[in-house]
Design a protein around this ligand. Structure first.
Ligand SMILES: Cc1ncc(COP(=O)(O)O)c(C=O)c1O
Length: 294
Protein backbone atom coordinates (compact mmCIF):
# COMPACT_ATOMS: atom_id res chain seq x y z
CA UNK A 1 0.00 0.00 0.00
CA UNK A 2 1.36 3.41 -0.83
CA UNK A 3 2.08 6.01 1.85
CA UNK A 4 -0.81 8.58 1.91
CA UNK A 5 1.70 11.40 1.43
CA UNK A 6 2.92 9.66 -1.73
CA UNK A 7 -0.47 10.21 -3.35
CA UNK A 8 -0.30 13.91 -2.52
CA UNK A 9 3.12 14.14 -4.11
CA UNK A 10 4.74 14.97 -0.75
CA UNK A 11 7.30 12.18 -0.85
CA UNK A 12 10.29 12.93 -3.00
CA UNK A 13 11.52 10.25 -5.28
CA UNK A 14 15.16 9.56 -4.67
CA UNK A 15 15.61 6.51 -6.81
CA UNK A 16 19.28 6.97 -7.40
CA UNK A 17 20.69 4.75 -10.12
CA UNK A 18 21.25 1.50 -8.30
CA UNK A 19 23.77 -0.99 -9.69
CA UNK A 20 22.76 -2.75 -12.92
CA UNK A 21 20.60 -5.78 -12.12
CA UNK A 22 22.47 -8.97 -12.90
CA UNK A 23 19.41 -10.53 -14.48
CA UNK A 24 16.77 -9.06 -16.80
CA UNK A 25 14.20 -10.78 -14.57
CA UNK A 26 15.33 -8.85 -11.50
CA UNK A 27 14.39 -5.18 -12.03
CA UNK A 28 16.17 -2.27 -10.41
CA UNK A 29 14.85 -1.51 -6.95
CA UNK A 30 14.97 1.86 -5.19
CA UNK A 31 17.49 2.11 -2.39
CA UNK A 32 16.18 1.53 1.11
CA UNK A 33 16.64 4.21 3.78
CA UNK A 34 19.85 2.71 5.19
CA UNK A 35 21.44 2.61 1.74
CA UNK A 36 20.28 6.15 1.00
CA UNK A 37 22.02 7.28 4.19
CA UNK A 38 25.20 5.39 3.43
CA UNK A 39 25.36 6.57 -0.19
CA UNK A 40 27.01 9.98 -0.24
CA UNK A 41 27.52 9.70 -3.97
CA UNK A 42 25.82 12.48 -5.86
CA UNK A 43 25.24 11.39 -9.47
CA UNK A 44 25.23 15.06 -10.45
CA UNK A 45 28.60 15.76 -8.88
CA UNK A 46 31.30 13.31 -9.82
CA UNK A 47 34.76 14.01 -8.48
CA UNK A 48 37.19 14.84 -11.27
CA UNK A 49 39.68 12.21 -10.00
CA UNK A 50 37.07 9.65 -8.97
CA UNK A 51 37.89 9.95 -5.25
CA UNK A 52 35.85 7.54 -3.17
CA UNK A 53 35.72 9.90 -0.20
CA UNK A 54 34.51 13.51 -0.38
CA UNK A 55 37.36 15.94 -1.15
CA UNK A 56 37.60 19.18 0.82
CA UNK A 57 37.79 22.42 -1.17
CA UNK A 58 39.38 24.74 1.40
CA UNK A 59 38.96 27.97 -0.52
CA UNK A 60 36.87 31.10 -0.12
CA UNK A 61 36.63 31.97 -3.82
CA UNK A 62 36.49 30.18 -7.18
CA UNK A 63 37.07 31.30 -10.74
CA UNK A 64 33.43 30.72 -11.63
CA UNK A 65 34.16 27.91 -14.10
CA UNK A 66 30.97 27.07 -16.05
CA UNK A 67 29.12 29.57 -13.87
CA UNK A 68 29.12 27.09 -11.00
CA UNK A 69 31.00 28.15 -7.88
CA UNK A 70 32.29 31.64 -7.16
CA UNK A 71 32.18 32.29 -3.40
CA UNK A 72 32.15 29.70 -0.62
CA UNK A 73 29.44 31.39 1.42
CA UNK A 74 27.06 30.82 -1.48
CA UNK A 75 28.40 27.47 -2.65
CA UNK A 76 31.31 25.07 -2.24
CA UNK A 77 31.61 21.54 -3.71
CA UNK A 78 32.33 20.00 -0.28
CA UNK A 79 29.12 21.42 1.15
CA UNK A 80 27.35 20.46 -2.06
CA UNK A 81 28.06 16.85 -1.31
CA UNK A 82 26.28 17.29 1.89
CA UNK A 83 25.25 18.53 -0.64
CA UNK A 84 23.89 21.72 -2.17
CA UNK A 85 23.44 20.64 -5.74
CA UNK A 86 20.60 20.00 -8.08
CA UNK A 87 18.50 17.05 -7.13
CA UNK A 88 18.26 14.63 -9.95
CA UNK A 89 15.08 12.65 -10.01
CA UNK A 90 15.66 9.73 -12.32
CA UNK A 91 12.08 8.56 -12.39
CA UNK A 92 10.62 11.96 -13.21
CA UNK A 93 13.50 12.90 -15.46
CA UNK A 94 13.60 16.40 -14.03
CA UNK A 95 16.40 18.51 -12.69
CA UNK A 96 15.41 20.86 -9.93
CA UNK A 97 16.65 24.34 -10.51
CA UNK A 98 17.83 25.36 -7.11
CA UNK A 99 20.88 24.30 -5.14
CA UNK A 100 20.20 21.69 -2.50
CA UNK A 101 22.27 19.93 0.11
CA UNK A 102 21.96 16.59 -1.56
CA UNK A 103 22.44 14.08 1.26
CA UNK A 104 20.16 15.82 3.73
CA UNK A 105 17.47 16.43 1.12
CA UNK A 106 17.64 12.82 0.04
CA UNK A 107 17.11 11.36 3.51
CA UNK A 108 14.47 13.97 4.44
CA UNK A 109 12.13 13.60 1.44
CA UNK A 110 12.92 17.22 0.63
CA UNK A 111 13.33 19.25 -2.52
CA UNK A 112 15.71 21.70 -0.85
CA UNK A 113 18.02 21.42 2.10
CA UNK A 114 20.87 23.39 3.55
CA UNK A 115 23.10 23.26 6.56
CA UNK A 116 23.98 26.03 8.99
CA UNK A 117 26.15 26.26 12.08
CA UNK A 118 23.64 25.00 14.70
CA UNK A 119 19.99 24.21 15.33
CA UNK A 120 19.47 27.68 16.80
CA UNK A 121 20.98 29.25 13.69
CA UNK A 122 18.45 27.25 11.65
CA UNK A 123 15.55 28.52 13.76
CA UNK A 124 16.91 32.07 13.61
CA UNK A 125 16.91 32.12 9.82
CA UNK A 126 13.39 30.65 9.69
CA UNK A 127 11.97 33.13 12.21
CA UNK A 128 13.35 35.98 10.11
CA UNK A 129 10.45 35.28 7.74
CA UNK A 130 8.21 36.97 10.35
CA UNK A 131 7.34 40.65 10.42
CA UNK A 132 5.90 42.87 13.19
CA UNK A 133 2.23 42.09 13.83
CA UNK A 134 2.50 38.48 12.67
CA UNK A 135 1.07 35.82 14.96
CA UNK A 136 2.83 32.57 15.82
CA UNK A 137 1.29 29.51 17.44
CA UNK A 138 3.86 27.45 19.30
CA UNK A 139 3.78 24.58 21.76
CA UNK A 140 3.62 25.10 25.53
CA UNK A 141 6.63 22.83 25.98
CA UNK A 142 9.54 23.83 23.75
CA UNK A 143 13.30 23.60 23.74
CA UNK A 144 14.57 26.43 26.01
CA UNK A 145 16.54 28.18 23.26
CA UNK A 146 13.44 28.23 21.04
CA UNK A 147 11.43 29.81 23.85
CA UNK A 148 14.12 32.44 24.38
CA UNK A 149 14.21 33.36 20.69
CA UNK A 150 10.40 33.58 20.50
CA UNK A 151 10.31 35.72 23.65
CA UNK A 152 12.93 38.01 22.14
CA UNK A 153 10.84 38.44 18.97
CA UNK A 154 7.77 39.10 21.11
CA UNK A 155 9.45 41.85 23.10
CA UNK A 156 11.65 43.36 20.38
CA UNK A 157 10.08 42.41 17.04
CA UNK A 158 6.35 43.02 17.56
CA UNK A 159 5.51 39.37 16.94
CA UNK A 160 2.54 37.90 18.85
CA UNK A 161 3.14 34.41 20.22
CA UNK A 162 0.40 32.05 21.44
CA UNK A 163 1.57 29.01 23.39
CA UNK A 164 -0.82 26.04 23.31
CA UNK A 165 -0.77 22.38 24.23
CA UNK A 166 -0.21 20.85 20.81
CA UNK A 167 -1.13 17.31 21.89
CA UNK A 168 -4.71 18.11 20.81
CA UNK A 169 -5.04 19.77 17.36
CA UNK A 170 -8.31 21.41 18.48
CA UNK A 171 -6.34 23.59 20.92
CA UNK A 172 -4.85 25.44 17.96
CA UNK A 173 -8.19 26.39 16.40
CA UNK A 174 -8.84 29.38 18.67
CA UNK A 175 -5.66 31.10 17.46
CA UNK A 176 -5.55 29.98 13.81
CA UNK A 177 -6.77 33.00 11.89
CA UNK A 178 -6.42 33.63 8.16
CA UNK A 179 -4.41 36.77 7.51
CA UNK A 180 -3.00 36.85 11.05
CA UNK A 181 -1.40 33.49 11.76
CA UNK A 182 1.94 33.51 9.99
CA UNK A 183 3.57 30.47 11.56
CA UNK A 184 2.80 27.35 13.56
CA UNK A 185 5.91 26.06 15.28
CA UNK A 186 5.78 22.43 16.40
CA UNK A 187 8.01 19.95 18.17
CA UNK A 188 6.99 16.28 18.29
CA UNK A 189 8.07 14.81 20.62
CA UNK A 190 8.68 18.03 22.56
CA UNK A 191 11.85 18.71 24.47
CA UNK A 192 11.81 18.15 27.45
CA UNK A 193 8.38 16.60 28.19
CA UNK A 194 8.14 14.33 25.11
CA UNK A 195 4.61 15.45 24.24
CA UNK A 196 3.37 14.17 20.89
CA UNK A 197 1.60 16.29 18.26
CA UNK A 198 -0.39 14.89 15.35
CA UNK A 199 1.63 16.67 12.66
CA UNK A 200 -0.48 15.58 9.69
CA UNK A 201 -3.79 16.65 11.26
CA UNK A 202 -2.42 19.97 12.50
CA UNK A 203 -0.81 20.76 9.13
CA UNK A 204 -4.03 19.95 7.26
CA UNK A 205 -6.21 22.00 9.63
CA UNK A 206 -3.84 24.98 9.58
CA UNK A 207 -3.84 24.97 5.77
CA UNK A 208 -7.64 24.96 5.82
CA UNK A 209 -8.06 27.75 8.37
CA UNK A 210 -5.08 29.98 7.56
CA UNK A 211 -3.79 28.98 4.12
CA UNK A 212 -0.81 31.34 4.21
CA UNK A 213 0.47 30.18 7.60
CA UNK A 214 3.69 28.19 7.50
CA UNK A 215 3.89 24.96 9.46
CA UNK A 216 7.38 24.61 10.88
CA UNK A 217 8.58 21.46 12.64
CA UNK A 218 11.65 21.06 14.83
CA UNK A 219 12.52 17.42 14.09
CA UNK A 220 15.58 17.23 16.34
CA UNK A 221 14.13 14.59 18.64
CA UNK A 222 13.42 12.17 15.78
CA UNK A 223 15.88 12.72 12.89
CA UNK A 224 14.80 11.98 9.31
CA UNK A 225 15.21 8.26 9.98
CA UNK A 226 12.27 8.13 12.38
CA UNK A 227 10.11 10.99 11.08
CA UNK A 228 10.03 13.13 7.92
CA UNK A 229 7.50 15.90 8.66
CA UNK A 230 7.50 17.21 5.07
CA UNK A 231 5.66 13.98 4.25
CA UNK A 232 2.94 15.08 6.68
CA UNK A 233 2.45 18.50 5.12
CA UNK A 234 4.96 20.66 7.05
CA UNK A 235 6.34 23.59 5.05
CA UNK A 236 9.76 23.84 6.69
CA UNK A 237 11.56 21.34 8.89
CA UNK A 238 14.71 21.97 10.86
CA UNK A 239 16.93 19.76 12.96
CA UNK A 240 19.61 20.44 15.48
CA UNK A 241 22.05 18.19 13.62
CA UNK A 242 24.17 18.52 16.77
CA UNK A 243 22.09 15.58 18.07
CA UNK A 244 21.23 12.37 16.18
CA UNK A 245 22.46 13.59 12.82
CA UNK A 246 25.95 14.25 14.13
CA UNK A 247 26.09 10.78 15.63
CA UNK A 248 29.18 10.89 17.76
CA UNK A 249 28.91 14.33 19.41
CA UNK A 250 31.73 15.67 17.23
CA UNK A 251 29.90 18.43 15.51
CA UNK A 252 27.49 21.36 15.82
CA UNK A 253 25.17 21.92 12.89
CA UNK A 254 21.60 22.73 11.96
CA UNK A 255 19.75 21.62 8.86
CA UNK A 256 16.74 23.16 7.15
CA UNK A 257 14.59 21.35 4.59
CA UNK A 258 11.58 22.40 2.54
CA UNK A 259 9.96 21.79 -0.83
CA UNK A 260 8.90 25.29 -1.83
CA UNK A 261 11.37 27.04 -4.15
CA UNK A 262 10.56 30.47 -2.68
CA UNK A 263 11.01 29.40 0.92
CA UNK A 264 14.36 27.87 -0.03
CA UNK A 265 15.60 31.39 -0.79
CA UNK A 266 16.14 31.98 2.96
CA UNK A 267 19.35 30.05 2.34
CA UNK A 268 20.92 33.16 0.83
CA UNK A 269 20.30 35.10 4.04
CA UNK A 270 22.52 33.12 6.32
CA UNK A 271 25.98 31.78 6.90
CA UNK A 272 26.13 28.16 5.78
CA UNK A 273 27.98 25.39 7.57
CA UNK A 274 31.78 25.56 7.34
CA UNK A 275 33.61 23.10 5.11
CA UNK A 276 35.31 20.92 7.71
CA UNK A 277 32.00 20.47 9.50
CA UNK A 278 30.24 19.72 6.21
CA UNK A 279 32.74 16.98 5.57
CA UNK A 280 32.41 15.70 9.12
CA UNK A 281 28.62 15.66 8.76
CA UNK A 282 28.88 13.53 5.62
CA UNK A 283 31.10 11.06 7.46
CA UNK A 284 28.84 10.64 10.46
CA UNK A 285 25.38 11.07 8.91
CA UNK A 286 26.04 8.32 6.44
CA UNK A 287 25.86 5.91 9.38
CA UNK A 288 22.76 7.39 11.04
CA UNK A 289 20.62 4.44 9.99
CA UNK A 290 22.94 1.95 11.67
CA UNK A 291 23.34 4.06 14.79
CA UNK A 292 19.61 4.39 15.31
CA UNK A 293 18.59 0.97 14.13
CA UNK A 294 21.01 -1.20 16.01
C1 LIG B 1 14.70 20.22 20.25
C2 LIG B 1 15.88 21.12 20.03
N1 LIG B 1 15.82 22.07 19.09
C3 LIG B 1 16.86 22.89 18.86
C4 LIG B 1 18.03 22.81 19.60
C5 LIG B 1 19.14 23.77 19.33
O1 LIG B 1 20.16 23.16 18.62
P1 LIG B 1 21.72 23.60 18.70
O2 LIG B 1 22.18 23.30 20.08
O3 LIG B 1 22.38 22.78 17.63
O4 LIG B 1 21.77 25.07 18.38
C6 LIG B 1 18.14 21.83 20.59
C7 LIG B 1 19.39 21.70 21.37
O5 LIG B 1 19.47 21.04 22.38
C8 LIG B 1 17.05 20.95 20.81
O6 LIG B 1 17.09 19.99 21.74
Amino acid sequence: MSHPAQNQGLIRDYQLPTPEPDSPFRPRKPYRFGTLCATVDNPEQKDQYGSSSVPIYQTSTFKGVDGQYDYTRSGNPTRSHLGEFMIFSVSQGIRRQSPTEHHIAKISSAGHAFAVSSGMAALDVILRLLKPGDEVIAGDDLYGGTNRLLTYLKTHGGVIVHHVDTTNPVNLHKYTTAGKTAMVLLESPTNPLLKIADLATIAAQVKQRAPNALVIVDNTMMSPYLQRPLEYGADIVYDSATKYLSGHHDLMAGVITCNDDNLAKVRARTLLLCLMDSLMYILVASSIYHQLDR
